[in-house]
Design a protein around this ligand. Structure first.
Ligand code: HEC
Ligand code: HEC
Ligand code: HEC
Ligand code: HEC
Ligand code: HEC
Ligand code: HEC
Ligand code: HEC
Ligand code: HEC
Ligand code: HEC
Length: 362
């Protein structure tokens, strides 16, 4: 079994090594996953050959050849009797490549225990002799994931369509932790490389790969290749599968809880202190410009009004423009960095600048 505490994802380790954390930044602690048990065992009835009336999508060569006694005591298909061996030994004498597969750094417990946890040795209604659709079969043991599939208000299309769990996980064993087929970043960016993805409400989703390729100022956790620092892969209760709250709107009243995602790494005081000379560089003298923009009653600007959370082409993750309203019109920010601060022009307002240090000072 894997000790969760000593094995953060590889990406997390990279994150810690390469990225200097900003003042007050902290790494959020991953929630402890629900451990699976190998119970309940598959019943003998589930492993029997399909009734003649059921259409099989796959059929096992030795069974189709009628060689019952390869696995059973007798060659008589009417009375094959009990099987002669149990567990993977029954399968590995023909599938000898599996001896190597199960030696990968992260083998899957049920594959080590008994191949028939997932395969019918005769035939099945699923391809590859698999007992059920992945979502159903995998969650027979993974109750925590079953709970997410049943109750999450934001579902991830990746689990509902196509290969489902198998789009990201190897059912037998993997070189990557959590049985992943590739490092998580490569998996995520691999699918999010299309302009055609839409959310449940039909809204077009960012082509993350194209965006990251075009905008080379990557936000710390992205540079550490850690999409899971902010997103839950299986589904969740927050906007955009985020791990914690983040307002979905352009305008929102300020409440630190609604920015729990950002404040799991950034210091909240930098946004709620009206005056400061240390907490943020987005200030005009001591006047905190973050406070000023965020705390405007119902017209408080959310972070997305100015920042691009994945990547940008300007410093400080300032975006070039922000889609405004439902028509898709883009409001330009015209941000200019200056030696003593910065300015914005012809945006929500005419040119305004801020100065956070005396000219010539370092
Ligand atoms: C590749 C190995 C393999 C082959 C070949 C095979 N079986 Fe099986 N069979 C199994 C295993 C494993 C079980 C599950 C045994 C258990 O859990 O006790 C099983 C279970 C069964 C069961 C259900 C037993 C019960 O107690 O209800 C039937 C019926 C059966 N096999 C019929 C056949 C027939 C008929 C053939 C030949 C046409 C055949 N099997 C060929 C491996 C095989
Ligand atoms: C007597 C040899 C033999 C034994 C024993 C055996 N298999 Fe197979 N198995 C085969 C052959 C032959 C194929 C077809 C190979 C191919 O198409 O490349 C196959 C194919 C499969 C496939 C892929 C089916 C598909 O539709 O592509 C699965 C899954 C599988 N076996 C599982 C098992 C499991 C689980 C056991 C143990 C219960 C087992 N096998 C035992 C010979 C065996
Ligand atoms: C946790 C469930 C699970 C267990 C346990 C399991 N398998 Fe599989 N196996 C699968 C699934 C799901 C697939 C289909 C994978 C795919 O489509 O990429 C599969 C595919 C296969 C294939 C076909 C591979 C191919 O590329 O066509 C073989 C052969 C196989 N399994 C053998 C085994 C053997 C042998 C064991 C025991 C050592 C085993 N499996 C244990 C779920 C499992
Ligand atoms: C027969 C029960 C059973 C089935 C079916 C099953 N698993 Fe597992 N799985 C386990 C057990 C037991 C463990 C090891 C304990 C744990 O880490 O939760 C495990 C571990 C895992 C892990 C690694 C967890 C970690 O923390 O490293 C992943 C990922 C996983 N399973 C995915 C799947 C997928 C995908 C499927 C379907 C193809 C599947 N499981 C089917 C019992 C099962
Ligand atoms: C197998 C393809 C696939 C993979 C791999 C994949 N996604 Fe997705 N993702 C989708 C599809 C399809 C949608 C659109 C449907 C939907 O809303 O879930 C989506 C939607 C999303 C959404 C928006 C959800 C919403 O409804 O607001 C986020 C965020 C997301 N994915 C993040 C990720 C992350 C992070 C990873 C890596 C852990 C990842 N995706 C891996 C296919 C994939
Ligand atoms: C879009 C890719 C993707 C899909 C699809 C996916 N997973 Fe995962 N899964 C991940 C990633 C990434 C992790 C590692 C998350 C982490 O450690 O923070 C993970 C972790 C897990 C774990 C171990 C940790 C935990 O949360 O319990 C299990 C078990 C698991 N997945 C099962 C499943 C099952 C079952 C399915 C299908 C219903 C599935 N996964 C579908 C990406 C995916
Ligand atoms: C620092 C936290 C963070 C990290 C790391 C992160 N995301 Fe996001 N992601 C967000 C936030 C916040 C949103 C919502 C943005 C908005 O609506 O303004 C989002 C939105 C998304 C969306 C929906 C985009 C849309 O058009 O609305 C997708 C898809 C997505 N992320 C995928 C990824 C992938 C893939 C990775 C890894 C390469 C990743 N995210 C890493 C915070 C993050
Ligand atoms: C998992 C931790 C984490 C989360 C969550 C996170 N950040 Fe960051 N953020 C960092 C790290 C590390 C840096 C420093 C590296 C860099 O400049 O990207 C950073 C830097 C920044 C910077 C640029 C600093 C500069 O002056 O160059 C901005 C802007 C920013 N984050 C905004 C956000 C917003 C908005 C959110 C919430 C949607 C958020 N962050 C959530 C870790 C995080
Ligand atoms: C009105 C535009 C605007 C909004 C809204 C905004 N920021 Fe900023 N932010 C900036 C500018 C401009 C800078 C660059 C300051 C400098 O270094 O010159 C900045 C800098 C930062 C930094 C770098 C550290 C610092 O404070 O100097 C972080 C982290 C950050 N913002 C996070 C956030 C988060 C989180 C939100 C939402 C809660 C947010 N910002 C909302 C404009 C904005």
């Amino acid at each position: 079994m894997i000790s969760r505490a000593v094995m953060p994802l590889v990406a997390f380790a990279l994150f810690a090594v390469c990225v200097p954390a900003p003042v007050g930044a902290q790494t959020p602690r991953p929630a402890a996953p629900v451990k699976a048990a190998i119970a309940p065992p598959v019943s003998a009835a589930m492993l029997a050959p399909l009734a003649a009336t059921v259409r099989a999508a796959s059929s096992h060569a030795p069974y189709a050849a009628g060689d019952c006694n390869i696995c059973h005591q007798s060659a008589d298909p009417k009375q094959p009797g009990p099987v002669t061996r149990r567990g993977p030994a029954l399968c590995l004498e023909c599938h000898d490549e599996f001896a190597g597969i199960l030696k990968r750094p992260h083998p899957h417990a049920p594959a080590v225990a008994d191949c028939t946890h997932c395969h019918n040795p005769h035939n099945a209604t699923q391809p590859k002799l698999v007992l059920d659709a992945p979502r159903v079969m995998c969650t027979r043991c993974h109750a925590g994931i079953k709970e997410i599939l049943g109750s999450a208000s934001v579902q991830h299309g990746a689990l509902a369509e196509g290969r489902q769990c198998l789009a990201c996980h190897d059912p037998h064993a993997s070189a990557v932790e959590r049985l992943l087929l590739q490092l998580p970043f490569d998996l995520c960016v691999g699918c999010h490389a299309s302009d055609a993805l839409v959310d449940a409400k039909g809204r077009k989703l960012q082509n993350t790969k194209a965006w990251l390729d075009a905008n080379r100022e990557w936000h710390g956790p992205i540079a550490a290749k850690d999409c899971s620092a902010c997103h839950e892969p299986h589904g969740g209760g927050h906007f955009r599968l985020l791990k914690a709250d983040y307002p979905p709107e352009f305008y929102a009243p300020y409440d630190e809880r609604t920015y729990a995602l950002c404040f799991s790494c950034h210091n909240e005081k930098a946004f709620s202190s009206p005056e400061t000379t240390t907490l943020t560089d987005f200030r005009d003298g001591p006047k905190n410009m973050h406070f000023l923009h965020l705390q405007q009653g119902t017209r408080g600007r959310t972070c997305r009004a100015c920042h691009e959370v994945h990547a940008s082409s300007q410093p400080h993750h300032i975006r070039a423009g922000v889609p405004y309203g439902s028509g898709g019109w883009v409001l330009k920010l015209n941000f200019r960095k200056t030696p003593t601060g910065g300015s914005c022009d012809k945006t929500c307002h005419q040119e305004r600048s801020y100065s956070n240090r005396a000219a010539g000072a370092k």
